[in-house]
Design a binder for this molecule. Structure first.
Ligand SMILES: *[C@@H]1O[C@H](CO)[C@@H](O)[C@H](O)[C@H]1NC(C)=O
Ligand SMILES: *[C@@H]1O[C@H](CO)[C@@H](O)[C@H](O)[C@H]1NC(C)=O
Ligand SMILES: *[C@@H]1O[C@H](CO)[C@@H](O)[C@H](O)[C@H]1NC(C)=O
Ligand SMILES: *[C@@H]1O[C@H](CO)[C@@H](O)[C@H](O)[C@H]1NC(C)=O
Ligand SMILES: *[C@@H]1O[C@H](CO)[C@@H](O)[C@H](O)[C@H]1NC(C)=O
Ligand SMILES: *[C@@H]1O[C@H](CO)[C@@H](O)[C@H](O)[C@H]1NC(C)=O
Ligand SMILES: *[C@@H]1O[C@H](CO)[C@@H](O)[C@H](O)[C@H]1NC(C)=O
Ligand SMILES: *[C@@H]1O[C@H](CO)[C@@H](O)[C@H](O)[C@H]1NC(C)=O
Ligand SMILES: *[C@@H]1O[C@H](CO)[C@@H](O)[C@H](O)[C@H]1NC(C)=O
Length: 843
């Protein structure tokens, strides 16, 4: 029976093992390889692994194992990653590569073995690498080329053997097999001597594409004939010689070489030769080359007379980073077609001497910080087409005709990135110019005067950042062929772009970005119907006026970014041409409100057209600030259609209601009072015998012929007159009804022409009629004054005239008629009259 202790010893061991495994796992997880692109590129650099990490999948194409601890590679070491195309084994402490180490890597194109001190390389070490194009064996302690087992790598294009200990350039026979080789570098080795026959394997094949780098060796001697019959693409000899004498002698050894480009010189940080001395390049007379590059020489104080002696028939010369101050001698009948001096030490454009290069077609003098003067003329260079004087410190006036005498073919003039130039408008000698670049050079002239008038053929003009201030409307006059106009970073009068581009109908690119523009006048772009690209970004424009931009119907790219637009209205969206493929309206001050729903919708639809979408951000309202335009929630603006229709119906109803109230105000009010009156009339005693309704024009008649006799007679009658008895401060309609009808037994209507015309009287009469119909109470006594239109009267009085309770009286201004009238009237008024005591006493 086993002991039942709490921890048997074997459990403890198991636990310990588990802890160990767990910590190893954790270690793995803590330092995994970096997956640079999923399943394809893994970087395990600096992880000090000792093999291909298991986590690297078999789909991996690029694997960086640099700074690992591999020590030695054995057979089929990389079988787990057969898809590899690039393998970096830099500084992996490798000393041994056994046969077939890369066996399965048929797809590998690049193998980097930099900084491994290789002691043993199997003869079949690189077998299987049937696609290898680039082999980097820099700093791998290789001393003998014959030891390298690479003869079968037919596909190899680049072999870098820099920083090794190779002392002999005697190329083994297998180099004849490397027919694809383009770049062979022995940079920084220990080659001291090149002898006849060393390069023979290169002789057998046409090596016009091969670059051979022998820089940073310590070559003491090149045996003449070593390069005879060799054809190379490029030969580089920088900092390869110890001193002037060795170099001069060695260059003689290049006799018979045919090379496309020969690069000779120093490295700026590794200059072994102090001075350039005359005759240095004398050996090059026997070398056939297209291009010669002389690089990084100090001290040309004297001795430049022979500089061009042996290179005078090279078609292209580049002098780079030389402290060359002048060109002293140019050989007669030189064939140089291209000459470039970059970072030289000229103070003055050496136009007179350079004019001796009669075949010169392209001249570039650039990036020379001492070059500030341009007083000499180029003279009679009939082939000269390109002059690039950019990046110097040139400061001169009278540009650009006087500087080029008899250079009729000059087409391309680059004076950009200089100090300041004043442009006179005289281009007589160079009127065939096609390209003119002044960018980033302070200009005097353009903007104020029409200086470009004679450049009728110019197709490209760059005056960006030249501090040009456009005042003249004719600034660009004459540029009738111009296709590209770049003038970013300048300014316009009043910051308004006015009609400056009148005749530029061939223009297809216009850059007016960063010009502080606040406004673009109408018809500015009218002539630019062929314009394809417009950059008007980085200005202060508030709007995109469709009228202004409508003529631009050929536009393919429009940059309107970084302005102060709040929206593109529907009218603007409509005129955007079909041809547009790039539109940048980022960095404007957009308003993200439902008012501009159409615009915001359009933004969502045109995602392909719009550039820099991440910079299209709301500016207002405040709560939307910094929200991306394309993430604006359109649904927040949508209204439910049924709500819309019901609110429309409601609104209509309210309108109709209000209209009805307005139209039938009196009737409504009257009905109200009528209803309340029904209740009260019973309680209320009649205080008047009659309520008199009449036109104010008949007031005199009423007072004299009606009120006086009736109220002053016997028996006396009480009449109600609105002018006298109505209560002040009570609405007139209320008065009519309460004081008039409700308090009177009869209604006397004094009907005259004025009565019939008066709206008020008609209204009162209507009320009286309906009152009578409803309550069956007051009788209406109609007194018709003589001169009344009978037809109108009949229509107005209508049925009332024939009702039994009503009395119809005609007033005639005759004594006899008056008598009858009075008898009839008092008779009617007396009917139903209740007498109070005082009245009875009086009688
Ligand atoms: C990477 O490989 C895994 C497993 O083979 C697979 O599931 C995944 O889809 C792959 N990812 C990509 C981006 O190919
Ligand atoms: C790399 O790993 C080895 C053991 O595999 C160790 O001796 C060495 O110190 C490690 N190097 C670094 C830099 O961590
Ligand atoms: C990669 O490994 C998977 C199994 O893990 C296998 O199915 C696949 O065939 C392998 N791919 C290659 C190219 O070897
Ligand atoms: C050159 O290539 C052929 C064919 O692959 C091969 O037989 C021969 O051994 C190679 N020569 C050398 C010197 O490696
Ligand atoms: C040189 O290389 C180019 C491609 O870079 C190729 O088209 C041309 O055929 C090559 N010329 C020779 C002579 O190998
Ligand atoms: C250059 O060529 C011309 C004629 O083409 C010839 O007269 C002259 O000697 C040549 N100069 C050099 C240095 O080869
Ligand atoms: C002029 O020179 C500048 C600086 O070297 C360059 O960027 C520009 O492209 C050149 N202009 C033209 C029209 O070639
Ligand atoms: C405008 O261009 C036409 C031809 O393209 C030319 O005849 C006319 O003189 C030019 N007008 C101005 C003001 O430059
Ligand atoms: C427009 O000009 C600005 C600078 O002024 C530049 O950054 C931008 O790239 C240009 N836009 C296009 C489409 O070239």
């Amino acid at each position: 029976m086993p002991r039942r202790g709490p921890f048997p010893p074997w459990t403890l061991v198991l636990l310990l093992q588990l802890v160990l495994v767990a910590s190893q796992l954790a270690g793995c997880l803590l330092s995994p390889c970096l997956e640079v692109t999923p399943n394809k590129t893994f970087s395990c650099t600096g992880l000090n692994v000792s093999g291909v990490p298991a986590e690297v999948p078999n789909t991996t194409q690029n694997l960086d194992l640099s700074f690992s601890n591999l020590k030695s590679l054995g057979q089929n070491y990389f079988s787990s990653v057969p898809e590899l195309q690039l393998l970096d084994l830099t500084r992996c402490q490798l000393h041994t590569i056994e046969d077939n180490s890369f066996e399965d890597l048929h797809k590998l194109t690049t193998l980097v073995l930099t900084a491994n001190s290789l002691q043993y390389l199997g003869a079949a070490a690189f077998y299987g690498l049937t696609s290898l194009k680039k082999l980097v064996l820099v700093e791998t302690s290789i001393a003998y080329l014959s030891d390298l087992p690479i003869g079968h790598l037919h596909t190899l294009q680049e072999l870098n053997l820099g920083h090794n200990s190779i002392a002999s350039l005697k190329l083994p026979k297998y180099f004849a097999n490397l027919t694809s080789l383009r770049h062979l570098s022995f940079h920084s080795n220990k080659i001291t001597c090149i002898s006849k026959g060393d390069l023979d394997p290169l002789r057998e094949v046409n090596r016009l594409n091969l670059t051979l780098v022998l820089s940073l060796n310590d070559i003491k001697y090149i045996e003449p004939g070593s390069f005879a019959g060799i054809r190379l693409g490029e030969l580089v000899l920088r900092s390869s010689f110890e001193n002037f004498i060795v170099m001069q002698a060695s260059l003689q050894g290049l006799t018979g070489l045919q090379v496309n480009r020969l690069i000779v010189g120093e490295f700026s940080n590794n200059q072994r030769l102090e001075d350039f001395q005359s005759g240095l390049l004398s050996g090059l007379c026997q070398v056939q080359m297209q291009e010669f590059v002389l690089i990084c020489f100090r001290d040309f104080e004297r001795d430049t007379d022979t500089l061009f002696n042996c290179i005078g028939n090279v078609s292209s010369i580049r002098l780079v980073n030389l402290e060359l101050e002048e060109v002293s001698e140019v050989p007669m009948f030189s064939q140089v077609k291209q000459l470039e001096c970059k970072t030289c030490k000229f103070k003055e454009v050496p136009a007179i001497k350079l004019s001796l290069f009669k075949e010169l077609r392209v001249l570039r003098i650039t990036k020379s910080k001492h070059l500030n003067s341009f007083r000499q003329k180029f003279e009679s260079l009939s082939n000269l087409e390109v002059v690039d004087l950019s990046g110097n410190r040139l400061s001169f006036s009278g540009c650009c005709s006087p500087q080029f005498h008899k250079c009729p073919n000059l087409k391309h003039l680059n004076l950009s990135f200089n100090a300041d130039i004043s442009v006179s408008g005289d281009f007589a000698n160079v009127k065939n110019l096609l390209y003119l670049d002044f960018q980033h050079t302070k200009l005097h002239g353009p903007g104020s005067y029409p200086v470009f008038l004679s450049l009728q053929k110019l197709i490209y003009l760059d005056i960006s950042y030249t501090r040009t201030h456009v005042k003249s409307q004719c600034t660009f006059c004459g540029l009738n062929s111009l296709k590209v106009l770049k003038m970013a970073g300048n300014s316009f009068e009043n910051n308004i772009l006015a009609n400056s581009f009148k005749n530029l109908s061939n223009l297809h690119t216009l850059d007016i970005s960063g010009c502080k523009l606040v406004q673009v006048d109408q018809s500015t772009f009218d002539a630019l119907s062929g314009l394809k690209e417009l950059n008007i970004s980085n200005n202060k424009l508030l709007s995109f006026d469709p009228v202004v931009y409508k003529p631009l119907q050929a536009l393919t790219a429009l940059d309107f970014s970084n302005n102060q637009l709040s929206v593109l209205l529907d009218s603007a969206l409509e005129i955007l041409p079909e041809s547009l493929v790039l539109l940048d309206i980022s960095q404007n001050l957009f308003e993200c409100s439902c008012t501009y729903l159409n615009f915001l919708k359009w933004i969502k639809e045109k995602q392909e057209l719009l550039q820099n979408k991440e910079l299209m951000i709301c500016h207002t309202p405040a709560y939307m600030k910094k929200v991306s335009l394309s993430s604006f929630d359109l649904s927040s603006c949508q209204v439910n259609p049924s709500t819309v229709s019901s609110s429309v119906i409601m609104l209509l109803a309210v309108v109709v209601f209000l209209f009805l109230i307005y139209k039938y105000y009196f009737q409504l009010y009257y009905s109200l009072v009528l209803l309340s009156g029904c209740k009260h009339s019973a309680e209320r005693g009649s205080t008047y015998d009659a309520f008199v309704i009449h036109s104010s024009k008949d007031h005199e008649w009423v007072m004299k012929e009606l009120v006086e006799p009736l109220e002053g007679g016997t028996p006396p009658f009480q009449l109600c007159l609105y002018s006298r008895d109505f209560l002040p401060g009570v609405p007139i309609v209320t008065n009519i009804i309460q004081e008039g009808f409700l308090s009177s037994r009869n209604v006397i209507a004094v009907i005259s022409s004025d009565f019939l015309e008066s709206k008020w009287c008609s209204f009162e009469f209507d009320i009286a009629q309906s009152w009578q119909l409803v309550e069956g109470k007051a009788g209406i006594i109609m007194i018709v004054l003589e001169e009344v239109n009978k037809a109108l009267l009949r229509q107005r009085l209508g049925l009332s005239r024939y009702l039994r309770r009503n009395t119809y009286l005609e007033w005639k201004n005759k004594e006899i008629s008056k008598h009858i009238f009075w008898r009839q009237l008092t008779g009617v008024l007396l009917e139903g009259k209740k007498w109070n005591h005082e009245e009875v006493k009086l009688m």
